[in-house]
Design a protein around this ligand. Structure first.
Ligand code: FMN
Length: 364
């Protein structure tokens, strides 16, 4: 039986992931994240994922103007949970590999071997220019920098003393102990979309997060095969459950109508200032877009959502789905009570296993 993992893209920055004046406006707190985590664990989900955000995009909703820091937050959530895997985003520009190696080993200890990191090179460099830490020419060698950093951190996690002479890092008999609980080291995930980003993920990561684009999925699996590896493909989905399909579609349309164009345009402009792939910001202009990080909206009654999710899992052969919600507590509650049982049943008929529910204790 094929196993598919389900997780949550946690709302670490204000207002979550929907750039709409109609969406709930809130500032993230530990208490909110703790409540989502407890509910996710009770639901039988597999993991939580936090992005890292260092600036917001203004507009009437002041989107993402307040955000918590994902590594420190996940450490607290580790102490509040017992089973979920926890993935927090880390940018190598911000932490020397020796510091990061010990931070990760610490949270792996706090969590009892449930922690992993999402290694990013910076979605929008404005976040790092404001700190004055972007080295000259960084955009050209972002993934080389991440490659060296990742090689160094893996060495620190697995070797007693590390001597590493690279272009960016210089370690001499460098120690890092204790080692992480997970062997050889904690899970690594990645979310790049450029060929370089996909290759980086294929070489180092256990999971690659991406949109539901068959070509990109096949390319990533192909890159992983070149490195003699397999990689799990994970994708984001925005779940919008309402009692009926009509109510859900009406809500989705209203969210779009009241889009915070100013905040979204600020994010698009910031993305374009990076002068990377010219098409990188295009998807943010697509008519169905209501924010960043949501992936495809899946709206409808609980039964419709369960059917859509089952179809999507079967047709795209993905290994993991991570959900965003408009109201994480309320809508995750609906997922648990009304969507999960139907989804589990539909998938079982196709020989796909999801942890949801009481059987999770015996899952592989
Ligand atoms: C689920 C998901 C989470 C992401 N989280 C972050 C993040 O926290 N910080 C960041 O700088 N970029 C983040 N990104 C962006 C990617 O790391 C990547 O920079 C972006 O997709 C552009 O690809 P490229 O780096 O290959 O050019 C995320 C992307 C996805 C799909």
């Amino acid at each position: 039986m094929r196993k598919v993992e389900l997780g949550i893209f946690m709302p670490i920055a204000s207002n979550g992931f929907i750039f709409s004046k109609r969406a709930p406006h809130y500032i993230p707190t530990f208490e909110l994240h703790r409540q989502i985590a407890v509910l996710a664990e009770e639901t039988g989900l597999d993991y939580l994922f936090w992005m890292g955000k260092w600036m917001g995009y203004g507009g009437p909703t002041r989107h993402w103007e307040e955000s918590l820091e994902p590594i420190t937050l996940s450490s607290a959530i580790a102490a509040s949970t017992s089973r979920l895997k926890l993935f927090a985003t880390i940018n190598p520009l911000l932490f020397h590999p020796t510091v990061a190696a010990k931070m990760v080993a610490t949270i792996d200890d706090v969590s009892g071997g449930r922690f992993g990191i999402n290694i990013v090179t910076g979605n929008t460099l404005d976040e790092y220019y404001q700190m004055g830490i972007v080295p000259e020419g960084y955009n050209e060698y972002r993934y080389q920098y991440a490659e060296e950093w990742t090689t160094a951190i893996k060495a620190l996690w697995t070797q007693e003393k590390v001597t590493f002479k690279g272009r960016f890092f210089d370690l001499t008999d460098c120690v890092s102990a204790p080692k992480p609980q997970q062997k050889p080291y904690p899970a690594i995930v990645s979310a790049g979309t450029s060929d370089e980003g996909l290759r980086f993920g294929a070489k180092h990561s256990d999971y690659a997060f991406m949109g539901l684009r068959a070509e990109e999925i096949a390319k990533t699996r192909g890159f992983a095969a070149e490195y003699g590896r397999t990689i799990k493909i994970a994708t984001n989905l925005f779940l919008l459950p309402r009692p009926t399909d009509a109510e859900a579609e009406t809500e989705l349309a209203a969210l779009r109508t009241e889009l915070d164009h100013e905040a979204l345009e600020n994010l698009i402009a910031s993305t374009e200032r990076d002068m990377r792939d010219a098409k990188r910001a295009d998807y943010l202009r697509a008519p169905h877009i209501i924010g960043f990080g949501n992936g495809m909206p899946v709206a409808g009654s609980p039964e419709t959502i369960a059917r859509k999710l089952a179809k999507l899992i079967i047709e795209n052969n993905v290994d993991a789905l991570q959900f965003t919600f408009l109201d994480f507590i309320k809508d995750l509650g609906v997922f648990r009570r009304s969507i999960a049982p139907i989804l589990k049943d539909l998938l079982a008929r196709e020989s796909v296993f999801v942890n949801l529910g009481e059987e999770r204790a015996t899952a592989a």
